[in-house]
Design a protein around this ligand. Structure first.
Ligand code: NAP
Length: 315
């Protein structure tokens, strides 16, 4: 008999794992497909302080590990594949991956978002050689080195504080004259003696010979451009870029409604414009992108997928 899933969830971050958990608990034949590593962006977070009920000192990876366990306990299947083509128009949706083809009655898209790049010369070349988008992953490489954090939002300021555990000095470089981060986060950072702030400043170029050695900055107010070289003894320094995120929704362009920034548009029940196709988490247009809202989206999407299947497919 043809292997048709009730529910396929694309993405295994908090939204996808929550959708998978609810799907499996409702006894739907559920598959979670993840292209890379499980967990999404939260696994790059050292401290999950604001997820209600999370145990003290919970880290992104520990929270995700528990979510995966729960999914498995209830029988959700999980595989690694990169979905490259989709047909959502027919009643049975077909997802084509690099490893296989998957058929399902309902789909929940929980593909999340990925770090926005600065798109300056040298950024790509020195990624992993001084440039990073993940403090948890790469912070300890810069123990006792100097580090720059680019961005002025919650992520940049929180990660700057985290990086002071390793770096001897952290400079937050922000393009405007005031931070975007929440006041409570700013206040904590201002008290940290290892953090300095450089306002009205952008990165023009990252330079080096095999490894990052210098940064070209520009002051947006004065137009002054200068080159900052790593301490000679260090030979290098860290540049951590936290300038927001871009939704991973390219696959759905011209198929599903999205806003001009590429976030999928759903109603409050996570329905997209195609019946049987739902979206949850950071990939969708919403006001707050946090674990708590991602897991809530996943739960709602799954319950609505179950309702859709009951209404549209015979037993
Ligand atoms: P964000 O709020 O979008 O902030 C991005 C920052 O990068 C802004 O300061 C922005 O500058 C700057 N920026 C954007 N493009 C840039 C460029 N090309 N060059 C230089 N700077 C650039 O992103 P986020 O901080 O990652 O936060 C994302 C979401 O997660 C937010 O909703 C945030 O509240 C949430 N979050 C919450 C927590 C928490 O509550 N603990 C922690 C992390 C994230 P401008 O200010 O000039 O626009």
């Amino acid at each position: 008999m043809e292997n048709i899933y009730d529910l396929i969830v694309i993405g295994a971050g908090p939204a996808g794992l929550s959708a998978g958990l609810y799907g499996a608990r409702a006894k739907m034949k559920t598959l979670i497909i993840e292209k890379d590593k499980t967990g999404g962006q939260i696994v790059t977070t050292e401290e999950v302080a604001n997820y209600p009920g999370s145990i003290r000192n919970a880290t992104g990876p520990s929270l995700i590990a528990r979510m995966v366990e729960q999914c498995e306990e209830f029988g959700a299947e999980k595989i690694k594949d990169n979905i490259v083509e989709i047909n959502l128009d027919d009643k049975i949706k077909v997802l084509k991956g690099e490893k296989g083809e998957y058929r399902t009655k309902a789909v929940i898209i929980a593909t999340g978002a990925s770090p926005r790049k600065l798109n300056v010369p040298g950024e790509k070349e020195f990624t992993g050689k001084g440039v990073s988008y993940c403090a948890t992953c790469d912070g300890d490489f810069f123990t006792d080195f100097e580090v720059f954090v680019i961005g002025g939002g919650d992520t940049a300021v929180e990660e700057a504080m985290f990086l002071t555990k390793f770096a001897r000095k952290v400079t937050v470089v922000h393009r405007r004259d005031k931070l975007r981060a929440a006041k409570s986060i700013q206040e904590k950072a201002f008290k940290n003696s290892k953090i300095e702030f450089m306002y009205n400043t952008v990165v023009k170029e990252l330079k080096g010979d095999g490894i990052l050695e210098s940064i070209i900055f520009e002051n947006k107010e004065t137009g002054e451009v200068w080159e900052y070289r790593a301490d000679e003894e260090d030979g290098t320094m860290g540049v951590f870029i936290f300038v927001g995120y871009i939704p991973q929704t390219d696959l759905f362009k011209e198929k599903l409604d999205m806003d001009d920034r590429g976030y999928l548009i759903t109603d409050s029940e996570m329905r997209t414009n195609i019946p049987g196709v739902f979206a949850a988490g950071d990939c969708r247009q919403k006001v707050l992108r946090q674990v708590v809202t991602a897991t809530a989206d996943g739960a709602i999407a799954s319950i609505m997928a179950e309702k859709y299947i009951n209404e549209n497919f015979e037993e």
